[in-house]
Ligand binder design. Structure first.
Ligand SMILES: *Cc1c(COP(=O)(O)O)cnc(C)c1O
Length: 493
């Protein structure tokens, strides 16, 4: 398999390992495979007895053709081990009639990003060897909460990789901050920075783009790398769990092989739902992809009108991992439907004007597979409460946005195709808002919210969060964005 940039009409070829090492294409585009491999019904059936790590290695081997199957199986086995995922990689839970929740948050940080970030660093470590790269990677992450912790857990103690994570010192929840400050591992560093997420993101991007700093790093035997969701190495592991969900439904006698399902995904950067679309293009029987947004509903508007317009207000919500106005992975969808010249034109307009409009033909192709709905704050809270009271099922605030969107879809279409909802975080990760949505009052402060939620709902606190208050704080530093490089110094000794 070779890869191209979404914007390159000369079709410069890249090998899979190069793609994982580079992350972003040199022209600013995203890497895409030259074709989407298909999985026949017979092959699909043959996958049903595989363990999760075997299924993952099988599907990844279709894309990462310069990795051997044994290498992939070794990495997938390490990534999805019972130690990291004690309840299994991603259980499928029946919530109501024809309604299933694919719980993607049983990993070390209780958010779905573990599904990709437990594996990707291992693929990157191998990519360095395959590309003959002698330097070590220094991964810099600016985080608003979830990505930072998931990246730390994924990259810790992996050969030839170092990682530094920076978060806004006043911009993350108490639980998120503790999760990062207590991080173990010999190759990690964490610091709080004064400023908001955008300030930090900009400071990190400026370091990546600074030739003097890049050169100095090179002299010392390092290069900058990112753990961003635009890397194909993060996208590919996400395709796997949609196959797993479908096979579970078949095994449980809920659907016949070949019968279609719908998939509903709470969406921010458009990575998770794009992985479902790729699974559909590979032949997984999917009827509709329901794209769920919070009050930052730019994608809902796009899927209706074909107009993507980021010139609008930005809302801070109780589903913060979806507070995004530029959904980077949408570029891959435009490419898959419209080709590279069309993508380059749209992305140029997005950069210059902050908006673009796709034509009727492209819009109707997109609408064949996708539809979009959104939930504002009030509806999100009401949905958490409704699902707890009606189905005795506890939703985190992001997953609640998805179930609210599914409810709207069912009301407007009466389509009763079985639907799998991607559940992206443990309700305990957002315990305070989940608690107040259901009970109408504030829970105890800080990690106290975990215990309030547990005792009132009679559910268990997940292990990685339970131990939090007894863990030693290793990184309590708070500094200014000007001092990011001083912070990294410690990591390169
Ligand atoms: C990152 C995240 C999302 C959004 O996923 P995308 O792939 O960016 O669309 C949704 N929910 C949670 C809990 C997340 O951490």
């Amino acid at each position: 398999m070779i890869f191209y940039s979404t914007r390159d009409n000369k079709k410069t070829p890249y090998q899979p390992a190069e793609v994982i090492k580079m992350g972003l294409a040199p022209d600013g585009g995203l890497f895409v495979p030259d074709h989407i491999p298909s999985v026949s019904t017979r092959e699909l059936i043959s996958m049903s007895e595989l363990k999760y790590e075997e299924l993952a290695a099988r599907i990844l081997s279709l894309y990462l053709t310069d990795y051997t199957y044994d290498e992939l199986l070794e990495d997938c086995s390490a990534a999805y081990s019972a130690k990291s995922f004690p309840d299994g990689a991603c259980p499928l839970v029946c919530v109501g009639d024809n309604m299933y929740s694919l719980e993607l948050w049983h990993g070390p940080t209780c958010a779905f990003k573990d599904m990709a970030l437990q594996l990707m660093p291992r693929l990157l470590s191998r990519a360095l060897v395959k590309c003959g790269e002698a330097r070590k990677a220094l991964v810099l992450v600016a985080t608003s909460g979830d990505t930072g912790k998931a990246a730390l857990e994924g990259y810790k103690n992996i050969d030839r990789l170092n990682i530094a994570v920076f978060f806004p010192s006043d911009g993350v929840s108490e639980i998120q901050k503790l999760q990062m400050q207590t991080q173990d591992g010999s190759n990690v560093h964490v610091a709080g920075l004064r400023g908001n997420f955008d300030d930090i993101q900009t400071a990190v991007k400026n370091i990546f783009a600074d030739p003097v700093k890049t050169e100095e790093l090179d002299r010392r035997g390092y290069f900058f790398s990112s753990a961003n969701s635009i890397n194909f190495g993060r996208l590919a592991p996400q395709i796997v769990y949609y196959f797993k969900a479908y096979l579970d439904l078949v095994k449980g006698g809920k659907v016949e092989v070949g019968e279609s399902i719908n998939i509903c995904v709470p969406t921010g950067n458009f990575g998770n739902i794009l992985a479902a679309y790729i699974a559909m293009l590979m032949g997984l029987p999917i009827n509709k992809l329901i794209c769920a947004s919070n009050s930052n509903n730019i994608l809902t508007d796009f899927l209706k009108s074909g107009r993507y317009d980021r010139n609008r207000g930005f809302h801070l919500t109780i589903s913060p991992s979806m507070d995004i106005l530029i959904s980077s992975n949408l570029e891959r969808l435009i490419y898959l439907v419209g080709g590279c010249e069309y993508t380059a034109k749209c992305m140029e307009e997005l950069k210059n004007l902050g908006s673009y409009q796709v034509n009727e033909e492209i819009l109707s192709k997109i609408q064949e597979s996708f539809c979009g709905y959104y939930a504002d704050e009030e509806l999100t809270r009401a949905t958490v409460k409704k699902y707890f009271e009606k189905f005795a099922y506890l939703l985190d605030t992001h997953t609640a946005v998805a179930f609210a969107a599914l409810d709207k879809y069912l009301e407007s279409t009466a389509d009763n195709t079985p639907c799998v909802v991607a559940s992206t975080a443990s309700p305990y990760k957002f315990a305070a808002d989940v608690y107040s949505s259901i009970f109408g009052t504030a829970p105890d402060e800080g990690t106290g919210a975990l215990y309030s939620l547990s005792s009132r709902t009679n559910t268990e606190i997940p292990h990685p969060l339970k131990d939090l208050s007894s863990k030693k704080i290793r990184f309590d530093g708070i500094t200014d964005t000007d001092h990011i490089l001083d912070e990294i110094e410690a990591l390169m000794k």
